[in-house]
Design a protein around this ligand. Structure first.
Ligand SMILES: C[S@@+](CC[C@H](N)C(=O)[O-])C[C@H]1O[C@@H](n2cnc3c(N)ncnc32)[C@H](O)[C@@H]1O
Length: 295
């Protein structure tokens, strides 16, 4: 646990051009009651506030990303996907700053909520897509995006590595991924606690694991910041480096022989691994070499 988290000014939320009438307010409440998880973001819409179980944490999250300068203030001309958009709190902010936004979510009721928010704010140019996060390249086109925002979604992926590799394919070379996730605040050891789908959560990665996953998935210039208790923001840039290994991944295997030789040295897991594990792995490596030299 950090002793001090950054003090962050929450981002402004775009406002409707006129007060929302009773009819649209009723549609907000009906969209909330027909959704399996209820309403998402708490949205301050002029004299009407739509309460949601995610609260206003998203405003602090965007404020923290802004404070780090991880995306430009003016997003005009940039093509950005908000993957896992839910009720569109962040989608609306990105669109109001000039980005051409594609809002993606796998739950149809969440896409309906997002559409309603966009309608209330006259942000009709945003494209909404009901799709899995594993299908983003198909939804937007390979190598087409200037940026991806992945807020509160990484731990919903049963396979975080495949999720990141797939998102990378949708980015232009050198384009950025900004993500926000739960995280165990361990900057040294790389691991992920298994969440058993509690609140839809498969994993709680350590900070080091998020960095490692991003690097392995083909991202460079990785920056991370724990901005509040057990919550991490990260930024990374799509590199030209393709992920070296594909065996064991639910990914097309062109060739089962990986591009790089995999190591048997458990030391690559330092300091996550124990001395006993290292000794065991070393004995196994020596034994298998001896066996190969005899045969
Ligand atoms: C915790 S909410 C995050 C909302 C918003 N991105 C934010 O940061 O405030 C997670 C959203 O991601 C969506 N989601 C989770 N896993 C997904 C996946 N594999 N593909 C697409 N959407 C997913 C959920 O349906 C939900 O709307």
């Amino acid at each position: 646990m950090h002793l001090k988290y950054p003090t962050v000014a929450p981002a402004d939320f775009p406002q409707p051009s006129r007060p929302l009438d009773e009819a649209i307010r009723a549609r907000f409440h009906s969209a909330a009651s027909s959704s399996p998880w209820g309403w998402g973001h708490t949205l301050p819409l002029g004299d009407f506030t739509m309460p949601g179980f995610l609260g206003t944490d998203y405003l602090t999250m965007v404020g923290a990303i802004d404070a780090n300068g991880w995306w430009p203030n003016d997003l005009t001309g940039l093509s950005i996907a908000d993957v896992g958009c839910f009720s569109g709190g962040v989608t609306a902010i990105l669109a109001s700053r000039g980005a051409t936004v594609t809002a993606i979510d796998e739950i149809p009721e969440h896409i309906e909520q997002c559409k309603l928010v966009l309608e209330a704010l006259d942000l009709s140019e945003v494209r909404t897509v009901e799709a899995s996060g594993y299908r983003v390249p198909e939804a937007v086109g390979e190598g087409t995006l200037d940026g991806i925002f992945l807020g509160g979604v990484l731990y919903h992926y049963s396979d975080m590595l495949t999720g990141l590799m797939t998102l990378r394919r949708a980015l232009k070379p050198g384009a950025w991924l900004v993500l926000e996730t739960n995280a165990d605040e361990d900057e040294k050891r790389s691991y992920a606690n298994f969440g058993r789908f509690y609140a839809g959560m498969w994993w709680q990665p350590s900070v080091a694991a998020v960095r490692d996953l991003l690097e392995f998935a083909g991202f460079d210039d990785i920056e991370t910041q724990v901005f509040r208790r057990n919550r991490l923001i990260a930024r990374a840039v799509r590199s030209d480096r393709e992920p070296p290994f594909t065996r064991g991944l639910p990914y097309d295997l062109g060739d089962v022989h990986d591009d790089e030789t995999r190591t048997l040295d458990a030391g690559v897991m330092e300091p996550a691994t124990s001395l006993l594990t290292r000794i065991g792995m070393t004995i196994r490596a020596i034994a298998s070499r001896l066996q190969r030299s005899r045969s």
